[in-house]
Design a protein around this ligand. Structure first.
Ligand SMILES: Cc1ncc(COP(=O)(O)O)c(C=O)c1O
Length: 400
């Protein structure tokens, strides 16, 4: 029985976040744990109308098998949107995937041999760590600072290891909410430009900027050395399970072979419906509504945290996306805080699972997109209370 499962399954942990989400089934629990968009903004009627219209136009053909690359008009839309943001790519460089999560898996599939080295942010997106771990690479964690990747460590790691991949989430990162500043992007790109390392820019939150100025994609500096991942999950709805990979044609050919082996193609009906929805509606107007609400929610959460959290506790102030990252005083455990807060019916994600190679015991992630304002007020009040209880307890336990 010991050898029933493949070696690659030995070190894969069950997602701690999925486990926490089970706790949140209790309707009385206020959850800052999930990475869920606010369902208030799912375009229910619009998608119903788009489905009827697309089916009336395309009929049975919309229910037939289709090409692996994805639905042409959807790929055209994505390429045009990149072009409008100053990233010149053609529709041939876009492959539609089942969310950007599948993009991560396909990247592992076509690039990673066991033991290959790859840079991962520390803290890093847990879903990426899980997806890549299946291919048994050697992770090289590089810390994230307030303004992006730690350039000094990046330089050393690139020099010493010449890693195959560098996985980055430069905008409103999950879990930290951190955005790479323009100088950090520029210097990181300069360091990479003399290497064979492929940069993966995963950008599911880029369209959710509600403060500050839009910054250039790393592809603007690196050209074909960068692979971009995008997603409709946070801008339309995650249930459609549609995202994409944007890469040079030579890479796309390999991705197509890998995707064919996995699932032949992404849900064609969903692709046609989303393409119809995007054709009939102004995505920017929809995004403006989402961003205004997320800004309000984030501002309220930050204001409450500033007022109520003990002064030893620090946190990021994101300019977009869905997450705030909290650092507790050294030695204070976010797992202990989790238990204390759960008693008061508030939950969050302790930070430790986001750290490859250990660390982060005093950190945690808060989501602000999924809660209305009343819940944010009540939840942060309870969380602050739990922190103060723990601080008093920790101090009482100090040896005199
Ligand atoms: C950084 C990052 N990448 C990828 C994903 C996967 O998103 P999806 O598969 O829904 O596009 C997420 C989801 O939360 C994420 O935070």
């Amino acid at each position: 029985m010991a050898n029933l499962f493949a070696n690659r399954m030995q070190n894969i942990q069950k997602s701690f976040i999925r486990e926490i989400l089970k706790v949140t089934q209790d309707p009385e629990v206020i959850s800052f744990a999930g990475g869920l968009p606010n369902p208030r903004f799912f375009p229910v009627e619009e998608l119903a109308a788009a489905t009827a219209k697309a089916l009336a136009k395309q009929g049975r053909q919309m229910l037939q098998y289709s090409t692996t690359e994805g639905y042409g008009p959807l790929r055209e839309f994505i390429a045009a949107r990149y072009a409008a943001k100053g990233v010149a790519v053609s529709a041939d460089e876009i492959l539609i995937t089942n969310g950007s999560q599948q993009g991560l898996d396909l990247i592992g599939k076509i690039f990673l041999n066991q033991g290959d080295t790859m840079i991962i942010e520390r803290p890093g997106y847990l879903g990426a760590i899980q997806a890549f771990a299946m291919y048994e690479p050697q992770f090289l964690p590089v810390p994230l600072l307030e303004d992006g990747i730690d350039l000094d460590t990046l330089e050393v790691v690139l020099r010493d290891h010449q890693p195959k991949l560098f996985y980055a989430v430069p905008n409103f990162q999950n879990p930290s909410g951190v955005t790479y500043s323009e100088p950090v992007r520029c210097t990181a790109a300069q360091l990479l430009a003399h290497q064979n390392t492929i940069l993966i820019e995963d950008n599911p939150y880029g369209e959710l900027r509600f403060a500050g100025l839009e910054l250039p994609s790393l592809k603007n500096y690196l050209g074909d050395q960068a692979i971009l991942l995008g997603s409709f999950s946070k801008v339309v709805a995650p249930g459609v399970r549609l995202g994409w990979i944007c890469a040079k044609p030579e890479f796309i050919d390999k991705f197509i072979i890998a995707k064919q082996a996995t699932d032949l193609h992404s849900n064609y009906l969903a692709q046609c419906v989303v393409a119809q929805y995007l054709q009939d509606h102004d995505l920017d107007a929809h995004l403006a509504t989402i961003k205004a609400a997320y800004k309000k929610q984030c501002d309220l959460m930050v204001a409450m945290m500033t007022e109520l959290f003990p002064e030893e506790v620090t946190f990021t102030r994101p300019e977009g996306g869905m997450f705030i990252w909290v650092t507790l005083p050294e030695g204070m455990s976010s797992l202990a805080l989790f238990d204390e807060a759960a008693r008061l019916k508030v939950v969050f994600v302790p930070g430790q699972p986001f750290y490859v190679g250990g660390g982060g015991e005093n950190t945690l992630r808060l989501n602000f997109s999924n809660c209305d304002e009343a819940k944010i007020e009540a939840g942060i009040t309870h969380l602050a209370h739990a922190m103060k209880t723990l601080l008093v307890r920790d101090r009482t336990l100090q040896p005199i």
